[in-house]
Design a protein around this ligand. Structure first.
Ligand SMILES: [Zn+2]
Length: 285
């Protein structure tokens, strides 16, 4: 996840990941940018003699730069701008520049803020994708949706919804109790999931969440998903443990490169290695 591209406001919209393909980025085009200032704002700014200032609504289209995709994202929100004057020594006059700030309030379809493993089930995936749209529209609702996403993720991981609660009685487990259940079989993710739960709880109850906290939550989530669903860390730790057990000696009985020899030159090298020599006729180091 590239944190710096997810912001509350932009001078100009950066290239964002395409919601449809994994290859392209959606990019804005100044020809497809529209802005309009409401009349009441014009009246107020005129009364305040602020002719260099402008405020209102904008809409624009971003298009995927991958030529076989060409997905279109509709963006809308608020804009604020004011004119800046910079002295130009060549013309001995002041050049004016519009300093603009865009505050997106909706992106449809929303660019994915994080990537996720291919084998994430449809139910949690749909909640995750929906959270990307809510991220712009309503941060509290986005945090609440991430909380629902975690429940669906725990379903995929086989964590039960009914069981023995903390008070010793049997019943429906709350999210905190389900995270504890996961920790018993897959330790190491409790803190990350609890952070998401807290942000989700606050979003659900208070109707808001801090923008920066949501960005951190997505960052935690991206790493946690890879570890939980692809078991990447567990696989790496198993491989590291195997190397330590062998004290660095190559695995025996499968040739120098093991069973998975992927191309002919390596196959030939593997044969000669098993015979005790390398492809150059010398004993491998
Ligand atoms: Zn695309």
């Amino acid at each position: 996840m590239d944190r710096k591209i997810w912001r509350k406001s932009y001078g100009s919209l950066p290239g964002l990941p395409c919601p449809r393909c994994k290859t392209g980025k959606v990019r804005s085009n100044s020809k497809l940018f529209y802005q309009k200032q409401p009349k009441y704002v014009t009246t107020s700014l005129t009364q305040l003699e602020l002719q260099d200032v402008s405020e209102g609504r904008f809409t624009c289209f971003m298009t995927c730069d991958y030529e076989f995709c060409g997905e279109v994202v509709a963006v809308s929100g608020d804009f604020r701008s004011h004119d800046e004057y910079v002295y130009n020594p060549e013309t001995e006059e002041h050049d004016s520049f519009e300093d603009k700030m865009l505050l997106p309030k909706s992106m449809v379809p929303a660019p994915p803020i994080i990537t996720w493993p291919e084998n994430l089930d449809a139910a949690p995936r749909q909640h995750l994708v929906h959270s990307f749209e809510l991220f712009w529209i309503n941060r509290g609702a986005c945090a609440g949706r991430l909380r629902i996403f975690i429940e669906a993720l725990l379903d995929q991981l086989g964590v039960v919804r009914e069981g023995t609660k903390r008070n010793g009685k049997n019943g429906t487990l709350d999210l905190s109790e389900r995270i504890d259940e996961l920790d018993k079989v897959k330790p190491g993710h409790k803190a990350a999931l609890d952070a998401l739960r807290y942000v989700g709880n606050f979003g659900s109850h208070e109707g808001d969440a801090a923008f920066e906290d949501l960005v951190v939550c997505y960052d935690i989530l991206e790493t946690t998903l890879v570890e939980l669903i692809e078991n990447k860390r567990a696989k790496l730790e198993a491989e590291v443990a195997a190397i330590i057990t062998r004290k660095g000696k190559p695995r025996t009985g499968r040739g120098l490169l093991g069973r998975r020899i992927i191309c002919e030159p390596f196959r030939e090298f593997g044969k000669s290695a098993r015979m005790g020599t390398g492809s150059d006729g010398k004993r491998p180091q």
